[in-house]
Design a protein around this ligand. Structure first.
Ligand SMILES: Nc1ncnc2c1ncn2[C@@H]1O[C@H](COP(=O)(O)OP(=O)(O)OP(=O)(O)O)[C@@H](O)[C@H]1O
Length: 251
């Protein structure tokens, strides 16, 4: 469903008039299949979030192609309703003056210009969504500052599944939650995966979290794919970098 072919990305360094560029991604090619949870893992600065932005169509690659069902990622129509995202910074992901209810209505309203009866129907769906992420209907009227980190991230996840996308890109979405809350959110993602038949692209520097939820892991180093490994064969990774990464988790 997603095909990434020979993607390259660089950024200008040294100011507006500088000709120098820093290569951030080189020769990135992979496929993501419907329903799969693919982990993209690598050290800080390896290019994970840049790749995430390209997959979401927020930025364009310098070279290569990113195709969602054959259409370029930066073409809005290609992504519409098929793809959503959850980011690390859950506090700024929700508009500070929006209640949970309004935040959950937002993506749906963007997708469905018609209102009236359908809007009432969706309004009822908010209770279902809240329930699915483990929050009761009293959360409807709360503002972001009244939520804990775990609760806010649950609201972001509810919003991401609300349009029933085929894929949710999660960029360090559990990284700033503490241990037990992180595990709860990972379990929530697992249950929603089964419920909605949604797949994930799970960007993280945390191999342990990725191993818990992913079917396959793609290791990125200095903007290149170092290795792609099914989760059952994680112990058999070949490259020294991947082995080192694994050793750090196991010790
Ligand atoms: N808009 C930009 N302009 C210039 N340089 C950028 C831009 N975005 C990213 N970079 C650079 O690209 C490199 C990769 O950044 P990126 O955020 O993709 O890495 P990452 O693997 O997600 O790191 P982290 O885990 O710390 O978020 C970094 O050196 C960063 O400074």
């Amino acid at each position: 469903m997603l095909k990434v072919e020979q993607v390259e990305k660089s950024y200008r360094t040294g100011g507006l008039f500088s000709r120098e560029r820093r290569q951030v991604l080189t020769g990135i090619s992979f496929e993501w299949k419907q329903g799969e949870c693919l982990g993209i893992i690598g050290e800080s600065g390896s290019g994970k979030s840049t790749l995430g932005r390209l997959l979401l169509g927020i930025e364009k690659p310098d070279r290569g192609a990113i195709l969602w069902e054959g259409e370029r990622a930066h073409n809005r129509r290609a992504r519409s309703g098929k793809l959503s995202a959850v980011f690390q910074d859950y506090t700024s992901s929700i508009h500070p003056f929006y209640t949970v209810e309004k935040a959950l209505m937002e993506p749906w309203l963007l997708q469905n210009k018609r209102q009236g009866k359908l809007r009432d129907e969706y309004n009822r769906k908010i209770d279902v969504l809240l329930h699915q992420v483990g929050l009761d209907p009293s959360y409807r009227t709360k503002y972001p500052h009244e939520l804990s980190g775990g609760e806010a991230q649950r609201v972001c996840i509810a919003r991401a599944v609300s349009t029933e996308p085929r894929c949710i890109l999660l960029d360090e979405a559990v990284s700033s939650l503490d241990g037990s809350v992180q595990l709860q959110v990972l379990d929530l993602l697992k249950s929603l995966k089964a419920l909605y038949n949604v797949g994930y692209i799970f960007i993280t520097h945390d191999l342990q979290a990725a191993a818990y939820i992913c079917d396959r892991i793609m290791i990125i180093r200095d903007g290149r794919i170092e290795e792609v490994v099914p989760i059952g064969q994680l112990k058999d990774v070949q490259s020294p970098y991947a082995r080192n990464l694994l050793r750090m988790v196991l010790t």
